[in-house]
Structures are given as structure tokens and as C-alpha cells.
Design a protein around this ligand. Structure first.
Ligand SMILES: [Zn+2]
Length: 334
């Protein structure tokens, strides 16, 4: 009997502890969610809300997408992770869907306490040219604009982009520079393609006042790190996980902010565990970083969850989270 009462007391006590632990976690989540946040690294194709995609996908398309996302949740080699973008493209296959999806994304971000977002997208031709695609994104953003929510666009090129595609992208970025476009993003598989032929084209964008965000250090197989940094002098870099000593010295000397995407880097197997992302060390060494999601759809993550994850990793304190969120506004291209 004594044992039984003891057991019941213990169970009651541990459930109280569990409840209070959950309550504390919920309170911290809410505290971070309510912070006015800037999301500076997010790809449109990897960020459409899943609820929106469910309304426009066929059952087969939706099942394939969910299977792809499930596969990534278990971790997948960096170069193999890109297939999910193809599944999303099959679903978001018209200008109307791009516009509606952009709008839905903005609303979802707003609900997460994001007050400013830079949305990256590689332009597609749905039959009426790249400009129509850009206009669809800009219309979606315009409709979602609120006094406490703004969105801007970075147009993406890849290391393997053809000069024609890069030129068309940069032309549009320049044309829409004061109408929603703030920069150029260099993304895609960083181990594929020779970027040298399109470097002068990207520099043309820079000359017109557009900012440059460069994905770099995603894979130890990258060969062009120092060349890219020295030539483009990017305003921010994405990931920065596998930087060569010379590339790291360059970003240190130029105080180039690093967009740290914890979940993405863990699931795309750039790091073994998000707590070992070198960006955390960069921050501790007084180097500017900003926490971002990369692809909230694909990695099933929100910015609030990323920040909470960073706090829970035990590597930084709450005052650091506050500082990172505050500082992210300084690194925005707005
Ligand atoms: Zn990215």
C-alpha cells in the first residue's frame, strides 16, 4: 500500500513536472514568436505552405511531395536533396498558383511573427516569359502587404545558369529594383557548374545597386570559394558551413553576415547535428550571423522553431537569441 501511494505520488509529481516543462516551453515559443523577426534566407519553391499545396495538388502529387519531405526528415546527402523542388514545381505550375502561393506564404510568415522577408526565386517561363512569373510573385507580395509586414524579392541564378538565363534574370532585377526586387541570390547545387562565364553578368546587377547573397560552404567539394568571394564581394553568404581557411578569413575580414539555417544544414547532412553548425562559433567570435529557415516547407520548420531550437541546443542564451533577432534587421537588403 505504502509502495502504491508512493508510486502514485511519484506519478502525480512527474506529470506536474512534465506539465510545467511543457508550459515553460510553450511560453518561450510564444515569446520568440511574438518578436518582430526578419527572415532573410528562404526559397519560394521550398516554402509554400503545405496547406496551400494540398488545395491545388492532385492526390498523387501531394502523396509524392509528402513522401519526399518524409525522406528528407531522416537526413539526405546535400546533392540529393534538390529533387523535392521538382515535386513542388509540378504542383505550382501556373502564374495564378505562384501568386496565390506567394500570398499564402506571406500570411503564414506573418502568423509566425515575421515582419520582413526576402523571398528568393529562380524565374520560370510558364509560357508568357520570365517577367510574368516575377509579376505573379510581386502581386502575391503586394496583396499580403500590411503596415507591420513587408516582403522583398531576390532573383536566383545558379552556378550552372546559362548566360541567357542569367542576363534575363539580371535585366529584370534591374528593371524592378525599386519595385520589390532587392538583390540577386546564387544558389542551386554548389558543386555543379562553372560560374565564371556569368560572373560579369552578376557584377552588372551589383553595379546597379542590387545586393548579392551567395550560397557558399554547403559542400566541401566546392572549388570556387575564394574566386567567388573576391569577385562578387557578396553582401551576405548562405550556410558557410564548409568554408576553406582562406574563404573563412575573407568573410571575417569583410564582416560578411552568414545566414545560418540549422535544420536545413542538419537534414542536408552538412553538419552531424544542428548544435555543431559552425555559425554558432562564428557568432561567439563576434561575427554577424542571422538565423533563417532556408525552406520551411521542405524542412518542416518555422523561424520561431529554428530560434527555439538554437536556444534549446544549449549553445547560446536567450539574450543571444534577442540580439540575433535584433541584428538581423541590420543585414536586410531593404
Ligand atoms: Zn538556400
Amino acid at each position: 500500500m505504502k509502495l502504491l501511494w508512493g508510486g502514485l505520488f511519484f506519478m502525480a509529481l512527474s506529470s506536474v513536472n512534465r506539465l510545467s516543462a511543457t508550459g515553460t516551453a510553450d511560453a518561450m515559443y510564444e515569446k520568440i514568436r511574438q518578436m518582430s523577426k526578419a527572415e532573410l534566407h528562404l526559397h519560394l519553391g521550398g516554402s509554400y505552405p503545405i496547406e496551400y499545396l494540398r488545395t491545388i495538388a492532385t492526390p498523387e502529387q501531394f502523396a509524392a511531395l509528402q513522401a519526399g519531405i518524409d525522406q528528407l526528415a531522416g537526413g539526405i546527402e546535400y546533392q540529393k536533396a534538390f529533387f523535392v523542388f521538382g515535386l513542388v514545381s509540378q504542383i505550382v505550375n501556373s502564374l495564378e498558383k505562384v501568386e496565390q502561393g506567394t500570398f499564402a506564404l506571406c500570411r503564414a510568415l506573418q502568423a509566425d511573427g515575421v515582419a520582413y522577408v526576402e523571398i528568393r526565386t529562380g524565374l520560370k517561363d510558364f509560357g508568357s516569359g520570365y517577367e510574368a512569373d516575377l509579376k505573379a510573385v510581386l502581386h502575391g507580395i503586394e496583396r499580403a502587404q500590411q503596415p507591420d509586414f513587408k516582403a522583398r524579392v531576390l532573383l536566383s541564378v545558379q552556378r550552372s545558369s546559362t548566360p541567357e538565363h542569367a542576363n534575363a534574370t539580371v535585366d529584370l532585377a534591374i528593371k524592378y529594383r525599386n519595385h520589390g526586387v532587392v538583390g540577386i541570390d546564387i544558389s542551386g547545387d554548389s558543386t555543379i557548374g562553372d560560374i565564371t562565364p556569368i560572373l560579369p553578368i552578376i557584377l552588372r546587377a551589383k553595379k546597379h545597386g542590387l545586393a548579392i547573397a551567395l550560397h557558399i560552404g554547403e559542400s566541401p567539394l566546392e572549388k570556387d570559394q575564394l574566386l567567388l568571394l573576391q569577385t562578387l564581394k557578396p553582401d551576405r553568404i548562405g550556410h558557410g558551413v564548409h568554408l576553406t581557411p582562406k574563404a573563412y578569413a575573407w568573410i571575417r575580414a569583410h564582416k560578411t553576415p552568414v545566414e545560418v539555417c540549422l535544420t536545413s544544414s542538419e537534414l542536408a547532412m552538412m553538419v552531424d547535428h544542428h548544435a555543431s553548425h559552425p555559425g554558432i562559433e562564428y557568432y561567439k567570435n563576434n561575427h554577424p550571423i542571422v538565423i533563417c529557415t532556408d525552406d520551411p516547407l521542405i524542412f518542416r520548420i518555422t523561424l520561431t522553431q529554428e530560434l527555439l531550437k538554437l536556444l534549446n541546443s544549449g549553445t547560446l542564451e536567450f539574450k543571444d537569441i534577442e540580439k540575433i533577432v535584433r541584428d538581423s534587421w541590420r543585414y536586410a537588403f531593404l
